[in-house]
Design a protein. Sequence first.
Length: 279
Amino acid sequence: MHILTLQCPDQPGIVASISTALLEFGANILENAQYDDPATNTFCMRTRFESPMEDDDEIAGKLALRARSLHADLRVRREDRQPRALILVSKYDHCLIDLIYRWNVGELGADIALVVSNHGDLGDTVAHYGIEFAHLPVTTETKAEAEEALLDLVDRHRIDIVVLARYMQILSGGLCAQLAGRAINIHHSFLPGFKGARPYHQAWQRGVKVIGATAHYVTADLDEGPIIDQDVARVWHSHTPEQLAIIGRDIERVVLSRAVKAHAEGRVFLLGDRTAVFA
């Protein structure tokens, strides 16, 4: 099985062109999703198909001429070759544990190759699951050096996705640019919303009736990246800030895992500051 993703300017005949090309080398389409975004005049398509050819590059070569004629960004990968993920974490472990659990039972859609932390606290937890752990301390003086080391790990481990699982460090603009479109963060609030420290306490002080979490792509604009997934929970005046935090952690786990899975399976398409996400 293979996954094809395509993004290009909207125009007549896109589906016909690609489906014809697939048919020419004996491929059989099993699933197809498409979306035309009027605001950007962009067409997005995700196609799952079986093919007598196994090699991704060979299939992409067969489709290259069609892709060029459509001015399309077209990518093909074998479904069983999962993207490789690097998880960044600090001391909060709830999102990390959820990602590892889903990876361990085959539900994540990505292969966790490495966990990196600016603290050493979670090393034993990660090692228990047989995943490599790297302790990469970050201070104001060593931030640039630490980011260079992180990029080296991304390159050496052939990382496709970087996941910030409550990583309590702000990435530099340069690092955000290097990881553009492949770094996902979980924000412990429903964006746009309460920014800065202690968001659940801010929410409690304002008497909110809904709290949530937001998974988004990382950009140089803090917590302003294109949103991939969100969710909320109803809360009441009787909840304490500590109870709100417990509820919030549950939402963060689910939202981040859903976002990582959607990205890993090629279901997310960037449309400027927005995304289209296929179910």
